[in-house]
Design a protein around this ligand. Structure first.
Ligand code: COA
Length: 268
């Protein structure tokens, strides 16, 4: 399979119209570990350039002032070299942040069975589609695209839920939601979320919450289109963006958010 083409959306592995009919959402099994990790880590690493962009736009005023000050003392070419080197530094810093995140904050993925599948109120699902014959040569590259052990289906997404730390009986928290790049906008994410919501409703939860960063607005748009509302935005001093807390109240619970917060601008 050809890698992503610049400037174009990569061609989907399944037709949009077939996606729901062919999609299976099932409980995680031990054999999925490598694929789930590669999906989640690839997503973390895909945010390095968006993080550089986010940092640059957030500090645009300082960039402009530096630009003017430097321009007084150095030539335009020297100025470009200095800013080029600074962008490289930002890239290294963002890469370091995401690699540290993978190294220090993803230990739950080493023990999904115990952490999500044996605990009440927790679960971990994967989304699978049949492996298209046209893409069968992908079989030699399992680290990039998740194949089931039987090699005729592949994992295109994952999602998990766990009771929240603050209110474990009432509030469930969505974790580890990612859809493979080639399978986005085909309702894979929505289907997994619906499965999770049915699980939460059955488990007696009243509310579902989710923390997202604002490096890519698509996650916020995805949640809003699925009926979630922004609860709060937490600025943090990292290149990994701000943290946005979203929530959805399950059947019968009324929102207590002020209208201004409910309609907060989420396009960033
Ligand atoms: C966010 C994510 C899970 C969405 O999954 P998906 O399967 O592509 O989403 P769906 O096809 O179910 O989209 C449902 C709706 O959400 C909205 N939406 C999803 N992706 C969007 C995008 N890139 N831009 C604008 N709206 C989007 C649309 O309203 C869409 O409906 P439509 O396609 O009929 O317009 C996926 O983009 C992803 O994995 N992103 C990277 C990981 C991530 O951000 N995880 C969550 C937070 S860290």
């Amino acid at each position: 399979m050809a890698g992503p083409t610049k400037g174009r959306r990569p061609s989907p592995l399944i037709d949009r119209k077939d996606s729901l009919a062919l999609l299976t959402i099932r409980t995680y099994e031990a054999k999925d570990e490598e694929y789930v990790k590669s999906l989640l880590f690839a997503h973390a690493r895909s945010q390095i350039w968006p993080a550089v962009k986010f940092f640059t736009f957030r500090n645009m005023q300082e960039w402009l002032i530096l630009f003017v000050l430097f321009k007084l003392y150095v030539s335009f070419v020297e100025l470009l070299i200095i800013f080029g080197l600074f962008v490289i530094w930002l890239f290294i810093r963002a890469k370091w942040e995401f690699e540290s995140y993978i190294y220090t904050s993803c230990h739950d993925l080493d023990d999904i069975d115990n952490i999500y599948l044996k605990e009440t109120g927790s679960h971990f699902w994967v989304a699978e589609v049949p492996l298209p014959s046209a893409a069968s040569h992908l079989k030699s590259k399992p680290s990039q695209h998740g194949h089931s052990e039987d090699e005729d289906r592949m994992i295109v997404g994952c999602i998990a839920v766990t009771p929240s730390v603050e209110e474990p009986r009432r509030v469930a928290q969505v974790m580890r939601l990612v859809v493979a790049q080639q399978s986005r906008r085909m309702r894979v994410g929505t289907s997994m979320l619906k499965e999770l919501e049915a699980f939460c409703l059955k488990g007696g939860f009243e509310e579902i919450r989710f923390w997202a960063n604002n490096l890519r607005p698509e996650a916020i748009r995805f949640y809003e289109s699925n009926g979630y509302e922004i609860l709060s935005i937490h600025q943090r001093n990292l290149m990994r963006g701000d943290l946005v807390l979203l929530r959805r109240l399950l059947a019968g619970t009324k929102s207590d958010l002020s209208p201004s917060l409910r309609h907060a601008d989420s396009t960033f």
